[in-house]
Write a protein that binds this ligand. Structure first.
Ligand SMILES: Cc1ncc(COP(=O)(O)OP(=O)(O)O)c(N)n1
Ligand SMILES: Cc1nc(C(=O)O)sc1CCOP(=O)(O)O
Ligand SMILES: [Mg+2]
Length: 218
């Protein structure tokens, strides 16, 4: 239903923990920022309720994810869930993103039975070589490219070399870069062979969402 390479263009990720800097409640802020981002052309959204100050209550998380999903549907933008496969299946989300420290990716492929798109995080070349031929993985999230303040347990940053190395190995999976990405980085990253940019803070903290998303796209 969605074209994966196009979907990765400007891939926005957020949860309430990323939206504490505005006036209203973090939940209202998240939905407000998400709608502004959707109006201005993000191509994918990942609901990632994780880290310091995130919601703990399962019911609240479910209700908030559902509201975010409804917004994404209104703008025909794919809705992903981070980590929580049961929640993604229950909500009939468009996709799930998992990392190297989450459930083993082949188990996830079996569990989701083709019902969800699947993204896998890649932090080094060995991981990419291991996963390159696994059917059912729709894209790799490659990073952290630069230093990030949005993930306390992020791995050391890898720079653009990892993207270049993955493409040099003729790995064909769609790639989205992640970690510390700002508007000014977009051109260089895309020229290295990435299909898109995954972003938290450059969007949640943007003072001019229209300009930010325009610059990330162009
Ligand atoms: C698009 C995208 N790429 C990478 C990640 C990171 O996933 P992971 O390594 O599992 O870390 P957490 O996000 O779960 O903390 C991502 N979420 N999305
Ligand atoms: C969620 C996440 N995963 C990363 C990885 O390297 O896998 S970096 C990261 C945080 C990205 O946020 P920001 O755009 O604010 O740097
Ligand atoms: Mg994860």
């Amino acid at each position: 239903m969605f074209n994966v390479k196009e979907m990765l263009g400007v891939y926005f990720i957020a949860g309430t923990q990323d939206c504490l800097h505005l006036e209203n409640s973090a939940q209202e802020n998240l939905l407000y920022i998400l709608e502004e981002a959707l109006k201005n052309g993000i191509t994918c959204f990942q609901f990632r309720e994780k880290g310091k100050n995130c919601l703990q209550n399962e019911r609240e998380i479910f209700e908030l994810a559902k509201k975010a999903q409804t917004l994404c549907k209104r703008y025909n933008v794919p809705f992903f869930i981070n980590d929580n496969i049961d929640l993604a299946l229950k909500l009939k989300a468009d996709g799930i993103h998992i990392g190297q420290d989450d459930k083993e990716v082949c188990e996830v492929v079996k569990q989701i039975q083709g019902k969800l798109l699947l993204g896998l995080s890649i932090n080094n070349l060995e991981q990419a070589l291991q996963a390159k031929d696994i059917e059912g993985i729709d894209y790799f999230g490659v990073g952290p490219i630069y230093k990030t303040n949005s993930k306390s347990d992020a791995k050391p940053s890898v720079g653009l070399d990892l993207i270049k190395d993955i493409r040099k190995q003729n790995i064909k999976k769609p790639l989205v870069a992640i970690g510390g990405i700002q508007e000014a980085h977009a051109k260089n990253i895309l020229e290295c062979g990435c299909n898109g940019l995954a972003i938290i803070s450059a969007i949640t903290k943007s003072k001019d969402m229209e300009k930010t998303i325009h610059n990330l796209k162009n």
